[in-house]
Design a protein around this ligand. Structure first.
Ligand code: URA
Length: 214
């Protein structure tokens, strides 16, 4: 199946992606790099929002001005906990985004059951652009469950998934139920291991940002 997938491959993105992949990158540097990736991805994504022209007066005359329209229609859904620094970076370009927060825990394979223990999702309007942010789109089970919960709050104009690394399998799993969804990612990796981790990926994004729970 062919879906709407954009791989953001700007050199600055590649640099930060290499940092987060590197097993030697420490917690602070990792979190900073995820933050930057959120910022760069949102910056690239802004190209796809409507713009409007207006006339601006310079000290010497009139010039054509332009601005992004609809930045206030962006709704971010933050998937705990790995998306915290990712969304923090996204706010640099979506400063007015309404934000939903959802905690979704993925159980073991092969079924990867999803347990949602917290969800606070705003009302979604028809002209909203909903961006679901989770650094790792692995099996797609978590994001499918998140998208189902979000769609109970209304049908947006666009439903977009932001990840740092995705797999084709994960994208297909989500897109089967949400065929109009758009996927923005920095890389598509070849596969998953038996625990549902992306290979080569970057490891556990939450643990690397915040430390491994005991
Ligand atoms: N979540 C992660 O943090 N890493 C993966 O590779 C898959 C899911």
């Amino acid at each position: 199946m062919k879906h709407k997938v954009t791989v953001v491959d700007h050199p600055m993105v590649k640099e930060q992606l290499s940092l987060v992949r590197d097993r030697g990158t420490n917690q602070v540097a990792f979190r900073k790099a995820i933050y930057r990736l959120g910022r760069y991805m949102a910056y690239e994504f802004l190209r796809t929002l409507d713009t409007e022209e207006f006339t601006v007066e310079t000290p010497l005359g009139a010039a054509k001005g332009g601005r992004v329209k609809g930045n206030d229609k962006v709704v971010i859904i933050l998937v705990l906990r790995a998306a915290i620094p990712f969304v923090e970076g996204m706010y640099k370009n979506f400063p007015m985004a309404r934000t939903g927060v959802i905690s979704a825990w993925r159980g073991p394979g092969p079924d990867f059951p999803i347990e949602v223990n917290y969800a606070k999702i705003p009302q979604i309007h028809r002209d909203d652009v909903v961006v679901i942010a989770d650094p790792m789109l692995a099996t797609g089970h978590t994001l499918l469950e998140v998208a189902k919960r979000v769609s109970k709050q209304g049908k947006p104009k666009r439903l977009v998934f932001f990840s740092v690394i995705a797999t084709r399998q994960g994208i297909d799993h989500v897109a089967k139920s949400f065929p109009r969804a758009e996927f923005y990612t920095c890389a598509i990796d070849p596969g998953l291991n038996e625990h549902g981790y992306i290979v080569p990926g970057l490891g556990d994004a939450g643990d690397r940002s915040f430390g491994a729970p005991r």
